[in-house]
Structures are given as C-alpha cells and as structure tokens.
Design a protein around this ligand. Sequence first.
Ligand SMILES: Nc1nc(=O)c2c([nH]1)NC[C@@H]1CN(c3ccc(C(=O)N[C@@H](CCC(=O)O)C(=O)O)cc3)C=[N+]21
Length: 298
Amino acid sequence: MAQTAKILDGKAASASIKAELTERVAALKARGVTPGIATVLVGADPASQLYVGMKHKQSKAIGMNSIQKELPADATQEQVEAVIDELNADPACHGYIVQLPLPKHLDTDAILERIDPAKDADGLHPTNLGKLVLNVNGQIDTPLPCTPRGVIELLLRNGYDLKGKHVVVVGRGVTIGRPMPLLLTRREVNATVTVVHTGTPNMSELLKQADVIVGAAGAKHIVKAADVKPGAAVLDVGVTRETDPETGKSRIYGDIEPAAAEVAGYISPNPGGVGPMTVALLMTNVVEAAERAAAAKA
Ligand SMILES: Nc1nc(=O)c2c([nH]1)NC[C@@H]1CN(c3ccc(C(=O)N[C@@H](CCC(=O)O)C(=O)O)cc3)C=[N+]21
C-alpha cells in the first residue's frame, strides 16, 4: 500500500517560526535588548556537541547572541553550579539550557533546580512546571516545556485543530510524556488525553482509539501500524540511535513503525519532524524571556 499520510514537516514549520522570531529579535534590538541564549555542555559526547552546535547556529541566524559554556567530563558539582550562578547573574543571557544527559557523577536535579526559572529555556524547571499545573486558562508568563509545545505547534501550523480530539501520549518521561498532557488540556487547546507506558496492560486497545498519537517513549517502533486508526495524526518524538544493519551507519529510529504512514492521515517524519520544532520553541522561550526583561526595564 502506498503512503497516503500528509507529512507534518517540522523543518518547514520551524522555518516559519524562525522567520517570526527574526522580526521579534529585531524589534528587541531596536529597544536596546539583544536576546541572548546560552548552553552548558559538560563533557564531549558527539551527539550532544552536534545538538548544542545546531542551537547556536540557528540562534545566531535569527540575530540572537549566543554564549557557549563548556566544561570537562570530570567537572565537579561545584564547578557546574558556579557556571549556573554566572549565567543567572549575566544580564546578556535571557535563557539557557544545561545539555542533558549530564555525566553520572553529577546531581542533575540539583543543577536544573539552580537555574533561574525566568531563564529556563527548556521550560522544565520545577517552578515553571508547577505554574503550568496551576494555570489551565489565561495568559501564562513562564517558559513552557519546549518539546510538547513543539508538538502542538507542528499540528496547529498544519491546520490540525486539537479541540475535542483524543490524544494518546506514549511514554511518561519528564521532557514529553509528563508535561504534554498539561499543555493539551489547557482550555485554549481543549484536547482529551490518555498517557500509556510500560505499566499499561491494554496499550494497543487505547492506541486504536486515538485521533492523535504522540510517540515519546524512546522505544524503537513501539507504536505498530496495526494500532493506528485510519486517518489518525501520528507524531514521532522517539530517538533511538542504532547501527543500520544494511548500511552499517548509525541512524535514528523513532517510536513509530514506518508502515504507520500507510494508515495515518498525518505523520511527522523523524528526523525532520518534532526535532527541529524543539529547537525553534527553545529559541521562542528565550525571545519571550527577553521580551519580559525588556518590558520590566521600560
Ligand atoms: N536540556 C536539554 N534540552 C533539550 O532540548 C535536549 C537536551 N537537553 N538533550 C538532548 C535532547 C535532544 N534534543 C534534540 C533537539 C533537536 C533535534 C533535531 O533537530 N534533530 C534533527 C536531526 C538531527 C540529527 O540528524 O541527529 C531532526 O529531528 O530533524 C534532535 C534532538 C534536544 N535535547
């Protein structure tokens, strides 16, 4: 059977977000504020270096300042915390991320909690997640979790209306599975959500009821084509890196079985889907933080 699904093109949607951000950055610069993004990278993991490099390249392309902090793999907790304190105090930095995962000897939670919540580009600081839990409607003036926000933007920018839709989120991780329902159930979005995970006995039955599936378990091809309702929107957020047995090269496998594209109505490719959206929304969080800083100064 041929592929019939409409492609949810994350590169195209992220390009339009970046075009909008370019104008907001220019407007901020005209008011004397250059939005600044920073990254903290501990160690020299090649995948992390690639991701951090992408974030800087794209931020510079839209006119932002970017600050790169690098520490050796054996950096101490105190050394990493000193860099956090420095970025918290630096008025040129409006938002930043600590690239995850951190080396095992470091206390990741303590480091992430030390980030000034106003500068939390990931939108995953406990204070910001708490504010999101407490706010179901109305304006929200804290950074939002960027990958879940990217999933919603990818659908909206393809003309998909989530109101009244049943979304099944696969996975309960901190970056997507847990915050995704908080965004989807806000009144402005108004979706209904089920979260399934390894403790769910009837996952296949629940997936078959989904209008929208968000695969975010990080488990290769865990969502089978046979479990996708014809016409459903399927978003692939999974990243499993493995060697392709045919080419011998390292590649990304998603959470969605490729044959799902023959059943789905909409499908996000991976790569080229939610990944680029994450970066676009990360930059959006920093531009919004700079806009708030500029408003506070005025
Ligand atoms: N504090 C923190 N925040 C993060 O947001 C964060 C992190 N740590 N650690 C690692 C993960 C991973 N991540 C990706 C972002 C974009 C792509 C992306 O744009 N990928 C391209 C392809 C890139 C490739 O080929 O590898 C795509 O999907 O088309 C991928 C992965 C952000 N992460």
